[in-house]
Design a protein around this ligand. Sequence first.
Ligand code: C5P
Length: 427
Amino acid sequence: MRIVLGVGGGIAAYKVASLLRLFTEAGHSVTVIPTEASTRFVGVATWEALSGHPVTNNVFDDVQNVNHVRLGHEADLMVVAPATADLLAKAATGQANDLLSTTLLMARGPVLFVPAMHTEMWQHAATRANVATLRARGGTVLEPAGGRLTGKDSGPGRLPEPAEIFAAALALTGTNPSGAASLAGRTVTITAGGTREPLDPVRFLGNRSSGKQGVALAAAALAAGARVRLICAHLEVPTPAGVELVSVETALELRAATLDAAADSDVVIMAAAVADFRPDRSSDSKIKKRDDVADPVITLVRNPDILAELVHERNARQRRQLIIGFAAETGDDHGNVLDYALAKLTRKGCDLLVVNQVGVDRVFGQDRNEVVILDRGGKAPLEVSGSKAEVAAAVVREIDARRTGTWPSDAASNRANAHRGPARPLD
Ligand code: C5P
């Protein structure tokens, strides 16, 4: 969806950079309009770089596009954060003297104000009256969080955490990226990225995983209300605010962290690209080129299959837990991608297997993905294509459907261009 993010002139503006990240990682297009004062806290370059769109608060920039009209009409949602006492007053009295205030008057979609200011300002009769006016007109004004404010003072007035604002914003539009899926009250552990298996202090065996799909899953699970633990091997993308992070490097470290986290997780998603093999030994010092001895030979030993172990543990302890695996496959002379994936689903015993076909330019590092979700319970395969955020949302819907025992309607799956039916072989 298209979001206009108005940024007010308060110190909490810096936290809004994380909010912007959450929106963009979930696949939304965001135009930021900072007030003049706010640019003293966070500069225009930050907003342009993070949003990927030009940023101004001047109605006289780009006049031919009549930006306040265009942005106001196009916005599916406007969020104002931090909504300072000044911005609340301007909005309540309909002032229109810059791009943000004029766009607020043009907006026809939902508007979310996220106040942040000192307690006295928040509790002042003028602010109370402005908030009441905005609410009476249908605007949503979040209650600020309590706690430490800019100086030594504390009390109500803190900007809520970006993840909370994100969830409130999506709830307001009814367009949670995962549709109506809710993982509220659930703990979801997700592994992401590629493991690195050391050869010596400077070299490792790695893989091409960027971690984008796993990170998108974390954002989608967070948006659906879950408590999210993200176990990160090597990632090339930033992680969303609001998730609990555990950083690991090797498959063995990832195994220990995941088995530990799984003990109290309702859902475990193994999106990490875990090395199947590691060098049998890692040299303590850098391996040297030497003319007087033969070149080294690397012997590989097999890493434990974490996914299979998770399933084994879950069954042994009779946990009510959903386990989802990923399969990055290529076909070969003996079978196509789906043949291999179905065999893997049976072998590993997980509940769902998200299958994609990989190659040097396919899937790894890309923003789009094309997957088939296979279900061990025998439901027809679900084909999903779209951005990694959309694929993540579809996976979250499938998880939610397993928990409630129902399947999402095709309509609910349409956003991610999902199609349930006999899966086409991917190659
Ligand atoms: O067997 P393969 O590596 O293709 O299976 C992929 C799935 O298994 C992924 O979900 C991956 O995270 C997981 N995996 C694992 N432990 C390994 C290798 C892969 O859990 N040693």
